[in-house]
Design a protein around this ligand. Structure first.
Ligand SMILES: Cc1ncc(COP(=O)(O)O)c(C=O)c1O
Length: 380
């Protein structure tokens, strides 16, 4: 048990804090949409698309219903289906695996790099030779991305493999000072409420630099429509509605300042770690080289002899909620098809999954909260 404390604070792992007038602005927008009966395919969707393209610098953006559909649309757009091999990383949200299964293709799971926790490039190259994949889904985990992003992009181009970048977590992140959605050929995003840019419900989208893929994706998301009652593809309904679009338009206005606030907190954790590293039971990890992180998640690793469970239990006694994203790699999930191939030399994802500790990190955290968490880390 932790000793009795003079000061006690309760700090959630995530708190979706917004600006003072934010909710009123949303109510105004929703009220107007309600009176105008703008529900599907209305002006907010167009405005949002323009604003997202302006923010990211990407060429085309297709809003859709959620980040999982976005992956499925992207896979379908490049004709991935039955008997096609698709490489995915072992350390990701289950949706990455689901999307491949749901389009009827064969996922092949690749272990991660212990340095940046993203798909291991060398293992990926070996798997390319062995399995001749038609596509690779590279997940940019934690608002970071692989240090070898250029190499992944280059090898896919050279070998004619479709690279789909699962950017569910990277809105606002940069690689070599460039927005990742701008430089990707085909990438997806999730606007799940807890993401850096989140909806008031579910939402997602697809980015591409190709007009052809844009036309296919927009049609797939809307019943394969060519005209209102003319269907040139068999798609499904994955439209984003106006309620979510209005919410995202206002959120995007505040996004730079919310992002800055997250980054300041991330920096404070890192500065604290530099001064106290020998006295802590966790190592607070820096974003990999060349990456300007959006501070979507704080990333720490439990040191030797500790794991997420031991650290999180002690922090909870002090009122601090933490998370462990993700406690189980894809390859160890109960729902995994047992015939799926797993490419690993050292079971890095499995090891890391027990060690990851995500400290609270959300917009507008106060100095008092950050200091309390840092002091608590010294006490546990
Ligand atoms: C890496 C990754 N891929 C895909 C998704 C799926 O997004 P959604 O929940 O919007 O369907 C998520 C969301 O949590 C994610 O983190």
């Amino acid at each position: 048990m932790i000793e009795a404390k003079e000061k006690f604070m309760e700090i959630p792992f995530i708190d979706l804090r917004v600006e003072e007038d934010f909710n009123e602005r949303i109510f105004d927008r929703w009220k107007k949409a309600l009176y105008q009966k703008d529900f599907i395919g209305g002006p907010a969707l167009k405005e949002l698309t323009t604003n997202i393209l302006n923010y990211t610098g990407a060429k085309y953006f297709i809003p859709c219903a959620n980040g999982t559909d976005a992956l499925q649309v992207a896979l379908r757009a490049v004709n991935i289906g039955k008997n096609d091999n698709v490489l995915i990383p072992d350390f990701t949200f289950w949706a990455t695996y689901e999307a491949v299964i749901n389009v009827g293709a064969n996922p092949i799971i690749i272990d991660i790099d212990p340095y940046d926790f993203q798909m291991d490039f060398e293992l990926c190259c070996k798997a390319i030779e062995k399995y001749k994949p038609k596509a690779i889904i590279l997940v940019h985990l934690y608002g970071w991305c692989s240090q070898k992003l250029d190499e992944f992009r280059a090898i896919c181009k050279q070998k004619n493999i479709f690279l789909i970048e699962d950017g569910a977590q990277i809105m606002g992140s940069k690689f070599k000072d460039e927005d990742i959605f701008k430089s990707a050929k085909l990438a997806t995003v999730s606007f799940y409420p807890a993401k850096v840019l989140g909806c008031a419900g579910d939402g997602g989208g697809i980015f591409t630099d190709s007009e052809e893929l844009y036309n296919i994706c927009i049609s797939l998301c809307n019943h394969g429509r060519a005209t209102h009652y003319g269907h040139s593809l068999c798609g499904w309904n994955s439209r984003m509605d106006e309620v979510q679009a209005h919410f995202l338009i206002e959120s995007l206005k505040e996004f730079p300042i919310r992002l800055e606030s997250r980054k300041i907190t991330e920096k404070k954790y890192l500065e604290f770690y530099e001064k106290n590293k020998t006295n802590l039971k966790i190592s607070i990890e820096k974003p990999p080289l060349n990456i300007t992180s959006n501070a979507y998640l704080q990333v720490s690793l439990a040191k030797e002899n500790y794991d997420y469970k031991s650290i999180s239990t002690k922090l909870l006694e002090l009122g601090i909620k933490t998370a462990n994203t993700y406690p189980c790699p894809v390859s160890k999930q109960q729902g995994l098809d047992k015939s799926v191939e797993i490419i690993s030399e050292d079971n890095v994802a499995e090891h890391i999954s027990k060690k990851i500790v995500n400290l609270p990190l959300f917009p507008y955290m106060t100095d008092e909260e950050i200091n309390y968490i840092c002091e608590s880390l010294l006490k546990i």
